[in-house]
Design a protein around this ligand. Structure first.
Ligand code: ATP
Ligand code: MG
Length: 642
């Protein structure tokens, strides 16, 4: 039987995989704008940055002093062996005893050791300070900023960006932005400072030697520039592909029932493997770029050492003022440090690219317009009466596709409005205009005679209780879920709301009653139980307006009956909008609106519509028990009607 039910796709036909998502809101923010923004960010942490920089400068000077002392030691020894060579120049005008070179060399050795110990300690302080600056301050602040912006951002942003991409921005991209502070700004300052000091020192030793050894540096710069140009697009692409990977993962976990139910595990594994492969290939390309450019870049220092050996050796034999220690050895040390800093340009450039990519994605969130917000002179609502009016409202998620058109009706306070219509007609969309999840493109919605756009958004939303088609519950206790809209609610208030929503009895049967912790998304509860908790959550606010979006859509008739009862008591004394298809619910409304393709095609009392509306009668007819079925069930029609 199972074999019969299993479909086989035609040989050779490959089902198309979903299109790879193109991120919406692709902004063309210039690099300069991004850099300016990130400089602004660094400015906010300037004291921490200055501290880290000062430590870096100390480290740099200690390193140089150690190197200078080493050269001095070598020259002291050499002078002792060959007194005809040039006498070493001691710093600070010191004149050590000429007859005891062992003492002088030991004193130099001890100084080098002390400097090394100091450097070790400073490195420790520096590492702590820089990690504190970036991880404990910048990243934490930035992550909090992005998260809090996400709470205020318009629904349109969530409509056009995927969950995986948004999560990646809060986690990964924020790290990339902080890289700009420690990996780019601080490193660049250190780079410029140290390059200048090294250069000055080298020129001080020998001008021509410096020119000869650094002649190849422009080539190093050129290579780095090419490398930068290639790595930036590659790293952007890698982030996009890893977004797709995260999307696949999260969809698979959320849809695991569908996957298993349709025995699609193998295909899902393949799809994930494919996404994984794309990320790997892209990363391989980036690694390849790095592995080609790194040896090229590191070849140049070797070449320079050869120049130093030849030209420096020549100078040593010809120029009596040029010494082995303070000349060649110190120069070699400086040259190595200089080139290390020059190759560091590539790392800094890479960090800059990475942080520009990250910044673009993070600032996209931070800059996303909050269309729905309170005006400065917004009207404060105490308690709304609940009289509503839609005035020629039109709305579409995308400009070219209107979803609602010319919606015009009025609802007196305290009445029940039922909305019915085919799937996709725009019922949920119509409800979503009331709490201002979206604003109408044309026309306006008025509550107690005031345009919703002129009201304080929080006040408006506190006046509205919402039960969605599918309710979302948080992984918290039952009580906390009911009290989500009002965390200060007392246990009595919570229980009262649960009783009105016919949820109290089943809650009491849960292992810990109201303190039972629900699984993620309310796992562990049936669909009907989840909806009743959602109704309790809406009722707890005691809102003057209640929106019930077809909460019985996915529920069996028995549970549906209970929910209808719960809804019935919840709607008492409030303006209620209920999206419904069942005659039993429609009949209880004061007025029914029939929606078709985003327009109200019929409206009236249930009785009027029962007489005049084809659509209404068609909907109703399906639910009137027919004689044949009743006979089969052994019931008679009068019994059902009663
Ligand atoms: N977030 C969205 N972005 C773009 N289009 C949307 C979005 N939500 C809904 N739509 C589209 O708007 C139209 C109306 O959707 P809506 O959810 O309001 O229908 P509905 O009447 O509530 O249907 P149902 O009875 O199935 O719940 C549909 O064509 C739908 O595809
Ligand atoms: Mg809907």
């Amino acid at each position: 039987m199972a074999a019969l039910l299993r479909f086989k796709s035609p040989v050779g036909r490959v089902l198309p995989s979903p299109p790879s998502p193109t991120p919406q809101n692709v902004t063309t923010v210039s690099n300069w704008t991004l850099i300016r923004r990130m400089l602004g960010l660094a400015w906010a942490y300037r004291w921490g940055c200055i501290k880290v920089l000062l430590l870096q400068i100390c480290l740099l000077s200690f390193g140089l002093m150690g190197l200078g002392l080493f050269g001095l030691g070598v020259d002291t020894i050499r002078y002792h062996i060959d007194p005809t060579s040039k006498a070493p120049e001691y710093p600070l005008g010191l004149q050590p005893p000429a007859d005891n070179p062992a003492f002088t060399v030991s004193a130099i050795a001890v100084s080098i050791l002390v400097l090394a110990l100091l450097r070790g300690w400073l490195t420790y302080v520096y590492t702590l300070a820089s990690n504190y600056l970036v991880q404990a301050e910048i990243v934490v602040d930035l992550r909090a900023q992005v998260y809090s912006k996400l709470q205020r951002i318009s629904f349109r942003f969530f409509d056009s960006n995927e969950t995986g991409s948004i999560i990646n921005r809060v986690t990964g991209d924020v790290q990339n932005v902080r890289l700009f502070v420690d990996g780019v700004i601080l490193q660049t300052v250190v780079l410029i400072l140290s390059l200048s000091v090294y250069l000055f020192y080298m020129l001080h030793i020998h001008v021509q030697l410096t020119i000869a050894c650094l002649a190849s540096t422009p080539f190093l710069g050129f290579l780095t520039w090419i490398y930068m140009g290639k790595v930036r697009p590659a790293s952007l692409k890698t982030r996009e592909l890893s977004d797709t990977l995260v999307r696949r993962l999260s969809e698979n976990i959320q849809g695991i029932q569908v996957v298993k139910g349709f025995a699609r595990e193998a295909e899902e594994i393949d799809k994930f493997a494919e996404a994984n492969r794309h990320v790997r290939e892209q990363q391989n390309w980036t690694f390849w770029l790095t592995s080609v450019f790194s040896p090229l870049i590191s070849f140049i220092p070797q070449f320079n050492m050869v120049v130093l050996l030849c030209y420096g050796g020549y100078l040593l034999t010809r120029d009596p003022s040029f010494t082995l220690g303070q000349g060649i050895i110190v120069f070699a040390g400086l040259l190595r440090q200089f080139e290390a800093q020059v190759t560091n340009i590539a790392t800094i450039a890479n960090s800059a690219q990475q942080s520009l990519t990250g910044a673009q994605r993070v600032f996209e969130i931070l800059d996303a317009p909050v269309d729905i917000k309170s005006k400065p002179d917004a009207v404060r609502l105490r308690r709304a009466e609940g009289a509503l009016r839609f005035e020629n409202v039109s709305f579409g998620y995308r400009a070219e596709e209107p979803v609602l058109q010319d919606i015009d009706f009025e609802v007196p306070a305290g009445s029940i409005i039922a909305i019915t219509g085919a799937t996709g007609a725009g019922k949920s969309t119509l409800l979503s205009l009331l709490p201002r999840f979206y604003d109408p493109d044309q026309g306006r919605v008025l509550l107690d005679g005031v345009d919703l756009r002129d009201m304080e958004v929080d006040d408006l939303r506190h006046s509205i209780g919402l039960v969605f088609q599918e309710s979302f519950l948080f992984s918290n206790t039952v009580a906390a879920n009911i009290a989500f809209g009002n965390p200060k609610a007392t246990q009595e208030q919570i229980e009262r709301a649960a009783r009105i929503a016919s949820a109290h009895d089943f809650i009491m049967e849960l292992p810990e009653g109201y303190d039972t912790i629900l699984g993620e998304r309310g796992n562990g509860l049936s669909g009907g139980q989840r909806q009743r908790l959602a109704i309790a959550r809406a009722i707890l606010l005691d809102p003057p307006i209640l929106l019930l979006d077809d909460p019985t859509a996915a529920i069996d008739p028995e549970t549906e009956h209970e929910i209808l009862e719960a809804m019935q008591s919840a709607m008492q004394n409030r303006t209620s909008f209920v999206v419904a298809h069942r005659l039993s619910t429609l009949r209880r409304a004061d007025r029914v609106l029939v929606l078709e393709h985003g327009r109200i095609v019929e409206s009236g009392t249930p009785d009027e519509l029962a007489r005049t509306s084809k659509l209404y009668r068609a909907a109703a007819k399906i639910q009137i028990p027919d004689e044949e079925s009743m006979r089969l069930l052994g019931m008679d029609l009068e019994e059902v009607a009663a």
